[in-house]
Design a protein around this ligand. Structure first.
Ligand code: ADP
Ligand code: MG
Ligand code: ZN
Length: 474
């Protein structure tokens, strides 16, 4: 039996207005190479000047993961040549990063937790982009020099499930802190996955393979499963030592395989050395005091929700997995509804109706409206089924819930007189079935309920139908 061992390196693009070492804007949806200057173009003689906001956001992150924030840290130069890096080196932090020794808790569906250690988080500059068009390659340096925080975990994860839980929690934290928009599709939350296997019980780490730049949670899960299968197969075929070596692979989604990108024989000699053009990074007392005061994080919010609303841990962690969802939920609760119903109608019914570009932030149905809809189920105005119809309608029309209920004629009939009349009609129309029921065929009760509901066009309150049928049949 094998155990899977995984450590992650996540590059989070910090949402500063300007780049890491110059005052160029970080928005790169502009004309190619327009957001550049001598510094980020690496023209000779141009010197970097550190953006203070990057340091402040790093302090916030370090605090959020209970890490040591080094009051003094340093930049280093990592040499490599690639067309999208005009300086032929990257400025990063190797020897003393700004953040070290943190931890992040992941939450399983059964209510248990696990702590994943964070080895470090360091500041570094992003590269530009190579654009390949037919047989022409172009370089766009708008992104060159954008600030990244690289967050490196210890190899503490043991399954793709744990990886996804870790990434979702990390994603939530940087969004709660508002230090990154963490948009995976746009590349502001990029994940490198390091995967190895070992016989269960073995403590030593085996050879790791790095899979780079996979841009969705679903693909990350798939890539891990495929890479683990490749390594186990090599082991079982007795060719592990030949076939599994430290290398960078990429995940080919179309072919459902990982493929070698850089072999170990080509592994670059990065020739790291302390960056001579920059001063040490100092987090002074005033900065530390200000930026170590951070807003409520997902774990605290989850605990508060469990206490305040009596939710179970897992539902609370689903709702607090994003700040937008947590805010939406709390606004729904203003309508005086149960947390359980609010959770279901938000996380299953509303989210299940999203698609394409529609999400919580631009939801066509706001929290007050959805809260009111749930309220109408709880006060028996609507059946659950009718409420779904109302929600379908509200997804397309910005109208008042109660007006829509009237308009669609979905108000549930709880008036016992009206239901009693329907029950009488159904029983009178089916004398043979009533006889069979009295002879012991109790299953027919469901048939009668169905007939009454049908006769009411679904509008009768099912509880009332049940009660009245029971008394009439007894
Ligand atoms: P490097 O600096 O060469 O990239 P690190 O020691 O920083 O190497 O590790 C990079 C990532 O790989 C970390 O997230 C770490 O947890 C992970 N890692 C290291 N060894 C293993 C292993 N044997 N199996 C899986 N992941 C590993
Ligand atoms: Mg690394
Ligand atoms: Zn610049």
């Amino acid at each position: 039996m094998f155990e899977v061992v995984i450590g992650l390196e996540v590059h989070v693009q910090l949402n500063t207005k300007t780049k890491l070492f110059c005052s160029c804007p970080t928005s790169f949806n502009h004309r190619q190479n327009s957001n550049t200057c001598p510094t980020c173009l690496a023209l000779p003689g141009a010197l970097p000047v550190l953006n203070k906001a990057v340091v402040e956001k790093s302090v916030m992150f370090g605090t959020a993961v209970n890490a040591t924030v080094n009051r003094t840290s340093y930049f280093d130069r990592k040499s490599y040549f690639y067309p999208d890096s005009p300086s032929a080196y990257q400025i990063t932090q190797l020897y003393t990063p700004i953040v070290e020794h943190g931890a992040l808790q992941i939450d399983f569906e059964d209510g248990t937790h696990k702590v994943i250690r964070i080895n470090r988080a360091h500041i570094e500059a992003d590269a530009g982009k190579n654009i390949h068009e037919g047989d022409v390659s172009k370089v766009d340096l708008n992104r060159a020099g954008t600030p990244l925080l690289e967050i490196v975990s210890e190899p503490d994860m043991r399954s793709s499930e744990e990886v996804i839980l870790y990434l979702k929690k990390l994603h939530a934290i940087v969004r709660y802190l508002d230090i990154s928009d963490a948009n995976m599709q746009e590349g502001s939350f990029r994940v490198d996955v390091n995967v190895s296997i070992r016989p269960k019980g073995d403590e030593k780490l085996y050879t790791r393979v790095e899979i780079k730049n996979i841009n969705s949670f679903r693909f990350i899960q798939k890539a891990i499963e495929i890479e683990v299968a490749r390594q186990i197969e090599a082991w079982e075929d007795g060719v592990y030592d030949e076939e599994i070596y430290q290398e960078t692979r990429l995940f080919d989604q179309a072919r459902q395989e990982t493929r070698s990108m850089r072999g170990k024989e080509e592994a670059a000699d990065y020739r790291y050395f302390p960056e001579p053009d920059l001063l040490k990074v100092v987090v002074d007392d005033a900065m530390y005091a200000t930026f170590s005061k951070i807003p409520e994080l997902p774990d605290e919010k989850r605990k508060r929700f469990v206490d305040a609303y009596g939710m179970n841990e897992y539902n609370a962690s689903v709702i607090t997995s994003s700040l937008e969802m947590a805010h939406y939920f709390e606004a729904m609760m203003q309508e005086g509804i149960s947390a359980k119903n609010a959770t279901t109608w938000l996380s299953v019914e509303l989210q299940g109706r999203f698609g394409g570009e529609v999400n919580i932030e631009n939801s066509p149905v706001n929290a007050k409206t959805l809260g009111t809809l749930v309220k109408r189920i709880e006060d028996q105005t609507l059946s659950g089924k009718a409420a779904k119809e109302v929600l379908d309608y509200l997804m397309e029309h910005d109208e008042d819930v109660d007006a829509v209920i009237d308009k669609l004629g979905l108000k549930q009939v709880s008036d016992t007189g009206a239901i009693e009349q329907l029950v009488n009609e159904i029983l009178a129309a089916n004398p043979d079935k009533v006889q069979e029921y009295h002879n012991g065929k109790e299953k027919l009760f469901g048939f009668f309920v169905g007939q009454v509901m049908k006769a009411s066009k679904g509008s009768a309150n099912p509880q009332a139908v049940n009660d009245i049928l029971k008394s009439k049949l007894s």
